[in-house]
Design a protein around this ligand. Sequence first.
Ligand SMILES: Nc1ncnc2c1ncn2[C@@H]1O[C@H](COP(=O)(O)OP(=O)(O)O)[C@@H](O)[C@H]1O
Ligand SMILES: [Mg+2]
Length: 384
Amino acid sequence: MNFDTLSQTVPILLVDDRPENLIVLEGLLSDQGYELIKALSGNEALHMALKQDFALVLLDVLMPVMDGFETAELLRANPKTRHIPIIFVTAVMKDSQFKGYDVGAIDYLMKPIEPLILRSKVRIFAELFQQRRELEMHRQHLAEMVDRRTAELQQAYAELQNSNEQLVKRDKEKGVLLKEIHHRVKNNMQVISSLLNLQAKCITDQTVRAMFEESRNRISSMALIHEKLYHSADLASVDFKEYLRSLVAGVATTYRRRDVVLSINMEPVALDVHSAIPCGLIVNELVSNSLKHAFPAGRQGAITIGLTRNSAGNYLLTVTDNGIGFPADQDFRNSQSLGLQLVIMLTEQLHGTVKLLSDQTRVEGSRFTVTFPGASAKKGDRNG
Ligand SMILES: Nc1ncnc2c1ncn2[C@@H]1O[C@H](COP(=O)(O)OP(=O)(O)O)[C@@H](O)[C@H]1O
Ligand SMILES: [Mg+2]
């Protein structure tokens, strides 16, 4: 670091009412490289000290109008000049020595002046002045650096805050948009469902009508997911137990089996949209099948739906009925009908496995189980 201090001159104020004394002082100090400023009175000295800083004042004691002591007192009284060191130059020793210290002198020199003593005393103050000046420059440089750094940090902070606000805003907008989309998808599906309903009214064939009913239920299962997503806090997952309640209520209305008790046996669980839709459609198929096939001719019974998650994070979905049981001569995996084909396809979509437990000798009715991994296990496959 170079502050160029040494190239700066050291100003020294010489005060004496007699020009010849000033010339003597000047002569003794002229080869030392100082900037020597002369004043012929205390008044002039004060005036100059206010205009510029000095490393030292060499102050004559005996002067007319305002003597050296008065001048020193006034220099001490002013905050601008208080710090300037004063050396009295006097011919009268005893008194002035004490009085001089009282008014703030740092040292004194006796007349006639001894050149060696004068020079060495002045040099000490010149060096002090240089150091003070250097320190001040360091301080200023540091203050500037701190100011600059503070400004930089403030700017960076402001930018960060700004982009954060933008992100929050964008996030909010996305949320609103997503909500809107769920709402519209649900509405559109409801429209499709209504259209199918209107058309079904004109169909006299019971089998074809039933097919329309089934299609309507499938669409409703999906519409319901979007309705639940619309109301969910994170817009990406649904309370699946709550969803199943609505779903089952809808399916029960279609088949009107008051003699079959439907129950949901599970803890509340949040399923993300990618699992919830296939899972909901599977439940729709299996519960519809139980209502449709397991309890013929007024047979009473119960259907239970369960969903649990094991320690490995896999889900286990079960749909159980205590009906007549799945036909022993049929392989549910090779069904020619749409319902079970859908169950198999949707299970594949979940990267899961489906099993059927239906053995009339050991178990009453049928139990379908679908095991599928939790969200984290199939993350890379969201668009699939
Ligand atoms: N829970 C069940 N209890 C008894 N039989 C069932 C059950 N689920 C399915 N089935 C049998 O499997 C067949 C295929 O079902 P599915 O593929 O859903 O077609 P659909 O329901 O249109 O007949 C049914 O026709 C029925 O014979
Ligand atoms: Mg079916």
